[in-house]
Write a protein that binds this ligand. Structure first.
Ligand code: PEP
Ligand code: MG
Length: 583
């Protein structure tokens, strides 16, 4: 097979060598073994321990040479774990007594040790739990024959190929070395695809079989607009794609980066066009693409992939840095939205059957007020002298807003007592991304200062389609009449209660929908940086009165396909311009 098809997740074309990345998460199979297999499993344990000692020894020598003994010393703790007689005996006893395979026995014994160490009050011993975890992963990879290649060994720019990449893994990859992403699983609005788009890295996700057909070192062409990946293509195909890269470069130049921040229609209807950010790498793009502020700052990325949660001070610095850079425009800081497809390494919570419906976002924060308060205090402190707004994610009803606001008030009182300054009039908004919130928007509007519609989730929850599941990705339809009814209802409810309403879901950055949303009367559209030029340009070429007519007529269509065809035809008529350059 030299071509595989997946979901077009981030536009652009890249040509380069494949680099296969093994997911950080290791699935350890449990197998029953017979009496005769016991000695073989014990031998496999010894072999894996010896191999890992050699590997760490060589790593230690390299670091000693490059950085000195002080840095190399950290591996001594790893070596001690590998020589720990009690641990080794415990594993052997499990193999013998429970008749289970070595990998499973090993992971169970290690887990026991880690649990004990993590419960201790001693910070030094707690820290050792991480050493054990690191070493255990190395040993398990040896036992399970998993490739231990890491990107640090790669000198050239590569295309990452993985079965699945968690948002935390994607966020921690060295972006400067990455030409593209290809994964077996995932959908267009899963967070890995969102990061690729925000960083402008071409990506094809949900291919189902990329890792089966691609080896590290294969030459790939990733066509992120069409969702196609070519494996070891012919010279002819490479040349064709090189020509397309050139042509698209010229086409991109035709859409000029806007000169001004302000965005308005021909008949002077003003809109805020702002940007979604997650990582520090994205901050320069706010200026570059002329965004009028940050409409969504996904703060959970500050927490992902860290051994310890960032404390109040670290968070305060991060939020201040962003807010000062964006000032006088506003930054909407969304409180952490973990759960769903984003997990913290600490606390390492048990995986849920349906994580998107589980302990996610505001639900997690209200159940963990110490984590929530730390973040709210940091945001409040950073709001002094800047323009920060707070936003709560995954609100499903008014009780949650009240509870979250009570905690915010407690934080304000504490800070006042401590003499720490903050913006006492800070705006508080909620994301409308759960159907129950959309349907009760008229009630929620009385409790907050603004709404931001999160269509990535609103579509997932109202159409019952897992946004990260490639098997149902074809059913994920922003133009479904049910979705559009909900959006229109939210906008009307906000305006009836004199609050403003924006959208920060990916739909806001898609040209045809942007026109429809202008017609619905939306006040703000927040999107990936690279979508800004074309959305600003299309807004400047339409009249609000025309967009409103489209909005009034759209509900006569029963299916998403009919709705899209209608939008395409009407917007084309208004623009009298080549619509394809905006899509
Ligand atoms: C959304 O759900 O539309 C949204 C913007 O939030 P996230 O993609 O982070 O869930
Ligand atoms: Mg969301």
């Amino acid at each position: 097979m030299n071509k595989i098809i997946g979901i077009a997740a981030s536009e652009g074309i890249s040509i380069g060598k494949a680099f296969y990345v093994q997911s950080e998460h290791i699935d350890v199979p449990k197998k029953k073994i017979s009496f005769e297999d016991i000695s073989r499993e014990i031998y496999r344990l010894e072999e894996a321990l010896i191999e890992t000692r050699k590997e760490i020894g060589s790593l230690q020598r390299q670091i000693d040479e490059k950085l000195g003994y002080d840095h190399a010393k950290i591996f001594e703790a790893h070596m001690l774990v590998l020589e720990d007689r009690l641990l080794i005996e415990d594993i052997i006893n499990q193999i013998k007594n429970k008749r289970i395979n070595v990998e499973y026995a090993f992971s169970q014994s290690v887990k026991k040790y880690i649990d004990i160490l993590q419960k201790l009050d001693d910070a030094y011993l707690k820290e050792r739990a991480y050493d054990i975890e690191d070493v255990a992963k190395r040993v398990l990879r040896k036992m399970l024959n998993l490739d231990m290649q890491t990107l640090e060994h790669v000198k050239e720019k590569v295309i990452i190929v993985a079965h699945d990449l968690s948002p935390s893994e994607t966020a921690s990859l060295p972006k400067a070395n990455i030409l593209g992403f290809v994964t077996d699983v995932g959908g267009r609005t899963a967070h890995t695809a969102i990061i690729a788009r925000n960083l402008g890295i071409p990506a094809v996700v949900g291919t189902k079989s990329a890792t089966e057909h691609i080896q590290s070192g294969d030459t790939l062409i990733v066509d992120g607009a069409e969702g196609i990946v070519y494996i070891n293509p012919s010279q002819k195909t490479i040349k064709e794609y090189q020509a397309r890269i050139k042509a698209e470069g010229k086409q991109a130049l035709k859409i000029h980066i806007p000169k001004t921040l302000k965005s308005q229609t021909k008949d002077k209807k003003r809109l805020i066009v702002s940007v979604n950010i997650e990582l520090p790498e994205e901050l320069p793009m706010v200026d570059e693409y002329k965004a009028e502020g940050v409409g969504l700052y996904r703060t959970e990325y500050l927490f992902l992939g860290k051994k310890d949660l960032p404390n109040e001070e670290e968070q305060y610095k991060a939020y201040s840095q962003v807010a000062r850079k964006i000032k006088p425009h506003s930054v909407i800081i969304r409180t952490i939205d973990i759960g769903g497809d984003k997990f913290l390494s600490k606390p390492d919570l048990p995986r849920e059957m349906t994580p998107f419906l589980g302990w996610r976002a505001i639900r997690f924060c209200l159940a963990n007020p110490h984590i929530f308060k730390q973040q709210l205090r940091a945001i409040l402190r950073a709001s002094y002298g800047t323009n920060i707004k707070i936003m709560f994610p995954m609100i499903s009803g008014v009780e949650e807003v009240r509870e979250a606001k009570n905690i915010l008030e407690e934080c304000k009182k504490e800070l006042k007592k401590e003499g720490k300054k903050f913006d006492d009039k800070i705006s508080v908004g909620v994301m409308i991304e759960v159907p129950s919130a959309a349907l009760t928007a008229h009630i929620l509007a009385k409790e907050c200062d603004f709404f931001s519609i999160g269509t990535n989730d609103l579509i997932q929850y109202s159409l019952a389609i897992d946004r990260a599941d490639e098997k149902v990705a074809h059913l994920y339809a922003p133009a479904h009449p049910a979705v559009l009814q909900l959006i229109k209802g939210v906008i009307d409810a906000a305006h009836a209660n004199d609050i403003w309403v924006g959208m920060c879901g990916e739909m806001a950055g898609e040209a045809l929908f942007a026109v429809l949303l202008v017609g619905f009367g939306i006040d703000e559209l927040s999107m990936p940086p690279r979508s800004i030029p074309r959305i600003k340009e299309i807004i400047s070429k339409i009249r609000y009165s025309d967009a409103k007519k489209i909005a009034d007529e759209c509900f006569q269509y029963g299916t998403a396909k009919e709705m899209e065809a209608f939008l395409q035809e009407r917007v084309q008529n208004i623009l009298k311009d080549d619509l394809s350059k905006y899509l």
